[in-house]
Design a binder for this molecule. Structure first.
Ligand code: ARG
Length: 276
């Protein structure tokens, strides 16, 4: 990756406080229902993440948490927006199904968005990433654990952007955003072994200059990051990843999200980007 100047771009995000956060069911390998979650701590850590983003000048909308939806804090899963069009989510597991309507209500309450209800199972930005500066605007999409590959074709029709399907093969990295992240408008970082050999080839062809992460980085949720093009917000455990993004010219900003990791998520899972 070349060391051009890394310029930030102002972003708009959507977050949902972990007010009803628990681990009472297990739908990914990180969730252990026998270990209690410290709800107060989760909320303090979440606040820190929010103020880190607002402190950088970004706008953060807050979606009200709803009782009975403990995973709602992972707001990235609720939809995927590109250029003002919102492709809604349809969750794989019934425990999270009602989150989609809460996100839908957020978008349809404003004229800024064209919301499209999905037919196919997909978990929003958990499995979709957008690179506005790559190939004129490219969507990367994961499948294998949550999102149905049929949703990739549906998203392409809804958004009018090419969608590249990538197969995830490691259950520890069940969403695309646990294995790959956009560092800016055209650069990505990813953990190759989270993908099938064929999908690794596709990524290598599209992004020859990608920053490659290793298993340790991925297990520390180092790829579950949010970047504004210059500042890379990632969790404090991901020290190796912080070093790598720093060597590539970005500015790592560590935030402690140890409680959210108990649900199988970190920074990116808790932050949906709104692309008007
Ligand atoms: N417990 C949640 C689930 O398994 C975690 C979601 C993480 N979100 C994400 N964008 N990867 O569905």
């Amino acid at each position: 990756m070349s060391h051009d100047e890394r310029l930030p771009r102002n972003r708009t995000y959507l977050m949902c406080p972990p007010e009803h956060f628990t681990v009472e069911y297990a739908i990914n390998p990180w969730m252990d229902t026998k270990v209690a979650v410290d709800a107060g701590r989760a909320l303090t850590q979440w606040e820190m993440l929010r103020t880190t983003l607002t402190g950088l000048g970004h706008q953060v909308h807050v979606l009200d948490a709803r009782p009975g939806l403990p995973d709602m804090v992972y707001s990235a899963n609720g939809a995927f927006s590109v250029d003002g069009t919102v492709y809604g989510a349809r969750f794989k597991y019934p425990q999270r199904a009602a989150e989609a309507a809460a996100h839908q209500a957020f978008y349809t309450s404003s004229f800024a968005w064209r919301y499209v209800e999905p037919q196919q199972v997909n978990e929003g930005e958990g499995d979709f990433a957008y690179l506005p500066g790559a190939y004129g605007g490219l969507v990367l999409a994961g499948y294998g654990f949550r999102t149905d590959p049929a949703a990739h074709a549906e998203a392409q029709e809804v958004l009018g952007r090419p969608v590249i399907s990538l197969k995830l093969v490691d259950p520890a990295f069940y969403h695309l955003d646990t294995a790959l992240a956009a560092l800016d408008d055209r650069h990505v970082t990813y953990y190759p072994d989270a993908f099938s050999p064929a999908s690794q080839r596709v990524l290598a062809q599209l992004f020859p200059d990608a920053l490659l992460a290793d298993r340790e980085d991925a297990e520390a949720f180092g790829l579950n990051l949010v970047s504004d093009g210059r500042h890379v917000i990632l969790n404090t455990e991901a020290t190796g990843m912080a070093r790598k993004v720093s060597a590539a010219g970005y500015l790592p900003m560590p935030v402690d999200l140890s409680e959210l990791k108990r649900g199988g998520g970190s920074v990116k899972c808790a932050v949906a980007e709104l692309r008007a």
